[in-house]
Design a protein around this ligand. Structure first.
Ligand code: FAD
Length: 450
C-alpha cells in the first residue's frame, strides 16, 4: 500500500480501454500518465487499416456514462436495429436484434472514438499522454521499458495498467519471463476491409442495420459510417477453399460477382483495395494471471482479446474499466490503495466473464455465417421474442442479454442462454411455425429450468 497522492500510475496504450481508464482514474483524483506508441489521435481514419468502425452496445455505453462522456460519444453513433441478411439471389431480410425501441447497437468510428476519449481525458481531466513512446519490455519488478525515438529507458511507476491491446507487448514480456502463461488461439479465418460507397451522397443500403452476406464458410458484413459509406469486412479462411490464399486479387471480382453481387457496384476499387488492404488475423487470448509483482495489471484486449463476431471486445474492455474503477474505490483506506487486493478481485471477477464472452463470440461466428441461413433460425429467433413477451424477465434471448443487459454478467448470459437454447430446440423441433408451437409446454419448460 502506498499513499495515492504520490502514486505514479502508468497506462500503457491509449486505445479505448486505456483512455477510458485514464478518465475514470482522473475523476478519482489520481493522475495517470498514458504511454501510446502511435501518433497523436486524429479524426481521419486510417484507410485499409484495423477495423474502421465498431459496434458499441449497452455495456460500453454504461461505462461511458460512468465516465461522464456518454453525451460526447452519443453524437458519433449510428443506430443499427438488426441484421439485414443479403441472400445469394439479392433478396434482403431484416432480422431485428431486439423488440424494444431501445434495443439497438451503434456503429462508431474507431479513430473518432479514440480521438474523442483522448481529448476528453487530456483537456477535461488534464491527463498527460506521451505519443510515439512504445513499451518494449518489463523488468523483473514490473517496471516498463519505454522506447522513445530509439532511446530506451525504464519508467518508474507504482502501478502499470497494460491496455496495449491484443498483441500486448507487456503480456509478451511477462510470458517471456515465465511470470504468466499466455496463449493466442488463432482462428483459421482472417479479415480484410473494403468500402461500400455512398450513392448520390446518400447511404446506398439501409443505414440502420448491420448488413450481412452469409455464405456458409465465409461472409461479408457492412457497418454504416457518418460519411454515408459502409465499412465492409470480408471474413474468409486463410487457406483452403474460398480463402485469402485461394482468391487472388485478379480473381476477386469474379468471386465477389458470384457471392456478393449486390455489393459489387458499391465497391469502386475492388481489385486495388483487395490487393492492397492487409489480411488481419483474429484470435482469442488466454492468459493468467493477469497481474505481476503487485504492480502490473493487464486489462482489455491485452488480457482477453476475443474474436469480433459478437461485437463485444471493446464493450468488454470498457466493462473492465468500470469494474477496476469500482474496485479502486472499494479498496481505498487513509493509507492509500490496496493494489494487490484490487488486482486479485479484478481478475477473480473478470476472468470467468472474459472466458464466457470469448466462447459466445466464437459461437456467434457460426451463427452469422451459417445458422442465419437455416429456416429454423428464423423460427427460433421469433420464438425467443415470443417467449420474452410471455415470460418477461425470465426468458431473455441470449443475444439481448449480451448486448442490451449490462446488469447480467457474461457468465450468467452464457449459463441462461444454454438452458434457453434447449427450450428453443425442444419447442421448434416439433413445430414449423410460431402458430404451431405448444405454449403450454413452453410454460412448463420455462417454469422448470429458468
Ligand atoms: P486496442 O484498441 O488494441 O488499443 C491498444 C492501444 O495500445 C493502441 O492505441 C495501440 O497503439 C497501443 N499500443 C499497443 N502496443 C503498445 C506498446 N507496446 N506501447 C505503447 N502503446 C501500445 N469490439 C466491439 O466491441 N465491437 C465491434 O464491433 C468490434 N469489431 C471488431 C472488428 C475487428 C475486425 C476486430 C479485429 C476487433 C473488433 N472489436 C470489436 C474488438 C475491439 O477492437 C477491441 O476489443 C478493442 O479495441 C480493445 O480495446 P483496447 O483498448 O483493449 O485495445
Amino acid at each position: 500500500m502506498s499513499a495515492s497522492a504520490s502514486q505514479r500510475i502508468a497506462i500503457i496504450g491509449g486505445g479505448p480501454a486505456g483512455s477510458l481508464l485514464a478518465i475514470l482514474l482522473a475523476r478519482r483524483g489520481l493522475a495517470p500518465l498514458v504511454i501510446e506508441r502511435g501518433r497523436r489521435f486524429s479524426y481521419s481514419a486510417p484507410r485499409g487499416g484495423r477495423s474502421i468502425n465498431l459496434a458499441l452496445a449497452a455495456r460500453g455505453i454504461a461505462a461511458l456514462r460512468r465516465a461522464g462522456v456518454e453525451a460526447e460519444v452519443a453524437k458519433l453513433l449510428i443506430p443499427m436495429r438488426g441484421r439485414m441478411v443479403h441472400d445469394l439471389d439479392g433478396a434482403q431480410r431484416f432480422l431485428p436484434y431486439g423488440q424494444r425501441e431501445t434495443e439497438e447497437i451503434y456503429s462508431v468510428s474507431r479513430a473518432t472514438l479514440n480521438t474523442v476519449l483522448y481529448e476528453l481525458a487530456a483537456q477535461r481531466h488534464g491527463v498527460e499522454y506521451r505519443f510515439g513512446e512504445e513499451c518494449v519490455g518489463v523488468d523483473a519488478r514490473g517496471m516498463p521499458l519505454i522506447d522513445s525515438g530509439g532511446a530506451k529507458k525504464r519508467f518508474d511507476a507504482d502501478v502499470v495498467l497494460a491496455a496495449d491491446g491484443a498483441g500486448s507487448e507487456v503480456r509478451r514480456a511477462l510470458a517471456a519471463r515465465g511470470a504468466i502463461t499466455a496463449r493466442e488461439e488463432l482462428l483459421d479465418h482472417g479479415y480484410k476491409e473494403l468500402t461500400l460507397a455512398a450513392r448520390g451522397g446518400e447511404f446506398a443500403l439501409s443505414p440502420n442495420a448491420l448488413h450481412i452476406w452469409p455464405r456458409g464458410g465465409f461472409m461479408l458484413i457492412g457497418l454504416p459510417n457518418p460519411d454515408r459509406t459502409f465499412t465492409a469486412t470480408l471474413f474468409l479462411p486463410h487457406r483452403r477453399g474460398p480463402s485469402f490464399e485461394g482468391v487472388r486479387p485478379t480473381e476477386a471480382r469474379a468471386f465477389f460477382d458470384r457471392e456478393f453481387a449486390d455489393a459489387v457496384p458499391l465497391i469502386h476499387a475492388l481489385e486495388r483495395d483487395y490487393a492492397e488492404h492487409p489480411v488481419g488475423v483474429l484470435g482469442t487470448v488466454h492468459c493468467r494471471p493477469w497481474s505481476f509483482a503487485n504492480r502490473v495489471l493487464l486489462v482489455g484486449d491485452a488480457a482477453h482479446a476475443i474474436v469480433p463476431f459478437h461485437g463485444q471486445g471493446m464493450n468488454a474492455a470498457f466493462e473492465d474499466c468500470v469494474v477496476l474503477d469500482e474496485l479502486i474505490g472499494r479498496h481505498r483506506t487513509e493509507r492509500g490503495h490496496d493494489w494487490p487486493a484490487i488486482f486479485a478481485a479484478f481478475e477473480a471477477e473478470r476472468a470467468p466473464n472474459a472466458r464466457a464472452i470469448a466462447e459466445m463470440a466464437l459461437e456467434n461466428y457460426r451463427e452469422m455465417r451459417d445458422d442465419v441461413r437455416d429456416p429454423k433460425f428464423q423460427l427460433r429467433a421469433d420464438l425467443s421474442f415470443e417467449l420474452e413477451r410471455r415470460f418477461p424477465g425470465r426468458f431473455i434471448p441470449r443475444y439481448s442479454m449480451v448486448m442490451f443487459h449490462p446488469e447480467i454478467p457474461y457468465v450468467e448470459a452464457q449459463r441462461r442462454g444454454a438452458l434457453q437454447a434447449e427450450i428453443l430446440r425442444a419447442l421448434s423441433d416439433s413445430a414449423e411455425s410460431l402458430a404451431k408451437v405448444d405454449f403450454a409446454r413452453a410454460a412448463t419448460l420455462v417454469e422448470r429450468s429458468l
